[in-house]
Design a protein around this ligand. Structure first.
Ligand code: PMP
Length: 638
């Protein structure tokens, strides 16, 4: 679909004139909507002058010809929030696609004022534009000052994450202004003149005369959403068979809890894009930090070089640990954070002369990543069975303190470390254990003199209710792995947090005691800059969403426990899981069916076999939470 928003540098830039000429050329393909109007009605004008257009009525209309928020105040009304207007836009878009005998129309939305005019008492138009997350064009008039006005508006839009696809210069032709704006903005300029006569015929003539310019814009808009540019046959998707898999969703944008698809659909990202997105997609403070940092640095190696972002982040991270001192080792994903922890644990013992500690202990249903060390301590037969002959020695025990105790009584001297995902084992099916069990596991490990690694790759960032899940049990791990949400999910970054006693074992000028490990993108400065901002935000105001979501899930999902075919309903902080009583494990057919049912309702979930779970970003609205629950109920047959 070719939906787009018409923005204007200011009120009289010529947005409606452009809309009318556009609709005169493409009336059969488009629907028109202006969500809020003041003064003479543009909706009425479009209805009269572009009669073949499908015109949707505004949500609100005010007689007084002043800014909508002022008109609303004068007429004792409230303008809906950006959220509410965006939700209505989804309905309007749906109707444009399906209205009887007027199939498959793209939607053009005309905004009012400029993007920096007030929308309502609290928000600017810009908030609505960001919320709509649609393609846009910027209309400007070539009257005096056009170059500066247009470039200023574009710069301000871009710094707020809005990237118009073209500039429309609406008025009598000014080749100099066109050339300058093109040169400095890098955007296509579409120069249009208004009709000589304000009738449907006059508009038709203006559109015909300027068909080449209009078609050029049409091509620009179409190019961005052309599905063939997302051809899946060139790339190899993770966990996806090369034959028989459903087509991947073509995602062309993201905002808050939504993914924007090439066909204009907005789908709720109910699993935070593999648990990475923490606050919401393109969370503004983090994106602003990225933009600021990118004006100073891109990337620099971290061997023999340091930078303030990595050091400040380390200080913030270590300040949250239950020990004093320690160090942070950076890498770039969860698996590498785990590899670093495993290698450090093994080498720690070597430095103490205990070269026989070559084994690790993991737990049934544990998952720690797809690299070799991570596979060895996960040992999932389906995912990693094929690699079994290549994996180093690790023992997988049931997640039970007594069973661990029994194992370590016999094997503690050969064991370097125990590794566990605290409170929630994610990929293994969102299996949850209590803080008490976690405490007992840590105590047993400590009693046997073995190191304890908390893999907080999924549980970090407050997902389970505390900043780190291990804090709920008041335990002191020796190594903590963090990744996914560390930089808000915006850029890849991982950290292995290392307790002082391990660091001490490496304090030596003897090169044979060096930790020989590093990655090209270790401590990438841009990712660290975002993570600093993220940590500051998390520490200054701990997120309330996990507790609120927990209450919501408990109320909405707990009753499903009584349904036939439901084995279990589990909730911890922002995470909710429903386990079906179905055979087949991860490959159970029911998983693919549930995913599709949810997608049909514009909710993206990725069941882990018979376990349907949600783990949405913290910004997710109550309305979206309700849609997720509705999708889950339908998926399990409700
Ligand atoms: N540990 C845990 C607990 C995880 O959930 C994951 C990923 N799902 C990893 C490690 C591996 O992280 P990555 O995919 O970033 O390598």
């Amino acid at each position: 679909m070719n939906d787009f928003i018409i923005l204007g540098t200011d009120t009289d830039a010529g947005k409606t004139t452009f809309a009318l000429i556009w609709l005169a050329r493409f009336s059969d393909h488009y629907a028109y909507w202006k969500p809020v109007e003041t003064g003479p009605s543009d909706t009425a004008r479009v209805t009269e002058l572009a009669p073949a257009t499908l015109v949707h009525l505004p949500m609100l209309r005010f007689e007084t010809p002043v800014a909508p928020s002022l008109a609303a105040r004068m007429e004792n009304h409230a303008i809906p929030s950006a959220d509410d207007i965006a939700q209505r836009a989804a309905t309007v878009r749906e109707r444009s696609l399906t209205a009887a005998a007027r199939m498959n129309r793209s939607l053009v939305i005309e905004t009012f004022g400029s993007p920096f005019s007030p929308l309502n008492e609290k928000e600017l138009q810009l908030d609505l534009v960001r919320r709509l997350a649609m393609k846009s064009v910027l209309v400007s008039s070539p009257s005096l000052g056009a170059i500066g006005r247009t470039l200023q508006c574009l710069t301000a839009l871009r710094s707020n994450g809005v990237e118009p696809l073209a500039v429309i210069l609406m008025g009598s032709c000014d080749a100099f202004a066109e050339e300058e704006i093109r040169k400095h903005s890098g955007l296509p300029i579409i120069a249009l003149e208004p009709p000589s006569e304000w009738t449907a015929i006059g508009l038709g003539e203006a559109a015909a005369r300027q068909a080449a310019e209009l078609d050029r814009l049409h091509a620009v808009l179409a190019l961005v959403s052309r599905p063939s540019s997302l051809s899946p046959s060139l790339v190899w998707h993770p966990y996806t068979p090369l034959l028989g898999a459903p087509e991947p969703l073509p995602c062309v944008g993201a905002c808050d809890e939504f993914l924007e698809l090439a066909d204009g659909r907005r789908v709720i990202d109910a699993i935070s894009s593999w648990w990475t997105i923490l606050h919401g997609h393109r969370h503004r403070p983090l994106m602003d930090t990225l933009a600021d940092a990118s004006r100073r640095i891109d990337h620099v190696l971290f061997a023999g070089v340091t930078h303030p972002w990595a050091v400040e982040l380390a200080e913030l991270l270590l300040g949250t640990m239950p020990w004093v001192g320690g160090r942070v080792f950076y890498s770039d994903n969860g698996s590498t954070a785990v590899e670093v922890a495993l290698k450090l644990a093994y080498q720690f013992w070597r430095h103490h002369g205990e070269t026989g500690r070559t084994r690790f202990v993991g737990f049934e249903h544990g998952y720690h990543g797809d690299t070799f060390g991570a596979m060895a301590v996960s040992r999932d037969p389906l995912f990693f069975g094929a690699f079994e002959p290549l994996l180093f020695g690790a023992d997988i025990v049931p997640l039970d303190p007594d069973r661990l105790d029994a194992h370590l009584q016999r094997h503690a001297q050969e064991t370097a470390a125990v590794i566990l995902e605290p409170l929630v084992q994610g990929a293994g099916g969102m299996r949850m254990h209590t803080a008490k069990t976690l405490r007992q596991i840590a105590e047993v490990t400590r009693r046997h003199g073995v190191l304890f690694i908390a893999d907080e790759v999924m549980t970090g960032g407050g997902r389970t209710g505390t900043l780190w899940a291990h804090q709920a049990a008041g335990i002191v791990p020796d190594l903590v792995c963090a990744a996914k949400t560390l930089a808000g999910g915006i850029l890849p970054l991982a950290a292995t947090l290392i307790a002082p006693k391990i660091v001490d074992a490496f304090r030596s000028a003897d090169r044979s005691r060096t930790f020989f490990h590093g990655h090209s993108f270790t401590a990438n400065p841009l990712a660290c800059a975002i993570a600093v901002r993220n940590m500051r935000e998390l520490l200054a105001s701990p997120p309330t969403a996990p507790r609120l979501f927990e209450r919501f899930w408990q109320q909405a999902l707990a009753p499903l426990r009584a349904w036939t075919g439901i084995k279990d309903v589990r909730v911890r902080g922002s995470i909710a899981a429903i386990e079906l009583d179905a055979a087949g494990g991860y490959l159970a057919d029911v998983g693919a069916r549930m995913r599709q049912t949810c997608l049909d309702l514009d909710v993206m979930l990725r069941p882990l076999g018979p376990v349907l779970y949600a783990l949405p970003p913290y910004c997710t609205s109550e309305a979206s939470l309700e849609r997720i629950v509705e999708a889950m109920r339908r998926a399990i047959g409700g």
